[in-house]
Design a protein around this ligand. Structure first.
Ligand code: UDP
Length: 313
């Protein structure tokens, strides 16, 4: 297949490029590099089946020749990033989704949207099943990401129903691993960066809020299975076994890095509407994709710490 991956120079997009190339497909990665980084795809330079296009997909996308699949993974995804680029985040979720769907329609290609657990907002049900409609503050600071992705899902379903496009929607829960930026702002890279500098880890609020952390390789496997399935409703992919409070996560990372710096509590004001709990219900992924995450939090964190250490060296 000839596959277009938007956000192809990003954390997940670049891992997806690797996976599709390893499966023998041809990959065209598109990225505007505002949060993506060519370093993530540098190892693919010169690969005969790989091409990179530096482009902002909020504008019309022109691809010569056939396209069999479009995977739309472009977007700032760290709260720090989408608070810094609120309008770009809305544009890539809205206009970028429209343009990539238009490309899929013109080429008769399969389409996959990278959606998010943020469509559930600060959830009032726990864990979150795909049938839950969510609790999002449209005008809050996180609204720029949450509403862009909610609009994107609606757009995908409209193209599916109206134009018969073969679509997939993956709702991605907190994922971590190599190729995240150290300055990404999300909790795992933040804590590891601080720990490697011997500094205290900055826990926002009292640290009782939870997240469920999925290692990137499990996530990519789930995405690949969903892509190859015929399932068109949204599917949660995340790790329900690794739900931790942020304070617990800080202790785990301090232990794994032997960080003497400890923990410092900071006000949570930065992240208004910061969800208090988050854990995926993955019963749909289990039954439709026979998928289950395999990598433990400790193993995944060890690998991620090694990656950041190598990067700093
Ligand atoms: N967080 C924290 N310290 C940090 C960065 C994040 O305590 O240095 C918290 C943040 O307030 C949130 C959780 O960690 O409750 C996860 O934040 P992240 O930015 O990773 O992503 P989110 O899951 O909120 O999209």
């Amino acid at each position: 297949m000839r596959v277009v991956i938007t956000g192809g120079a990003g954390f997940l997009g670049s891992h997806l490029c690797d996976r599709f190339l390893a499966e023998g497909h041809e990959v065209i990665a598109i990225d505007n590099l505002i949060t993506g980084n060519v370093a993530n795809i540098a190892h693919l330079a010169g690969h005969k089946s790989f091409k990179f296009i530096h482009h902002d997909i909020s504008n019309f996308i022109f691809i010569d020749g056939p396209v069999d699949a479009v995977l739309h993974f472009a977007s700032p995804a760290s709260p720090v990033d989408y608070l810094k680029y609120p309008i770009q985040t809305l544009k890539v979720g809205a206009l970028g989704t429209h343009n990539t769907l238009g490309l899929a329609r013109a080429k008769g290609a399969r389409f996959m949207l990278a959606s998010t657990s943020e469509v559930y907002g600060d959830p009032l049900v726990h864990p979150q099943h795909e049938d839950y409609y969510g609790n999002v503050n449209t005008i809050g600071p996180r609204g720029v990401y949450d509403e862009a992705k909610r609009f994107a899902e609606a757009m995908v379903m409209a193209y599916h129903r109206t134009h018969g496009i073969d679509t997939r929607i993956v709702r991605i829960f907190n994922t971590y691993g190599p190729r995240m930026r150290l300055e990404d702002g999300r909790v795992v890279p933040n804590f590891i960066a601080q720990a490697l500098r011997g500094e205290p880890l900055t826990v926002y609020g009292d640290g009782s809020q939870t997240r469920s952390f999925c290692y990137y390789s499990d996530l990519i496997e789930g995405i690949y299975r969903l892509f190859n399935s015929t399932y068109t409703d949204p599917v949660n992919i995340g790790n329900p076994h690794a739900e931790k409070s942020i304070a617990e996560l800080a202790h785990i990372i301090n232990d794994l890095t032997n960080n003497p710096g400890g923990i410092v509590f900071q006000p949570r004001a930065r992240t208004e509407n910061d969800p208090q709990t988050r854990r995926p219900d993955i019963s749909r992924a289990r039954s439709v994709l026979s998928w289950e995450p395999k990598v433990s939090l400790e193993d995944g964190l060890r690998e991620t710490i090694r990656f950041f250490k190598d990067k700093q060296a």
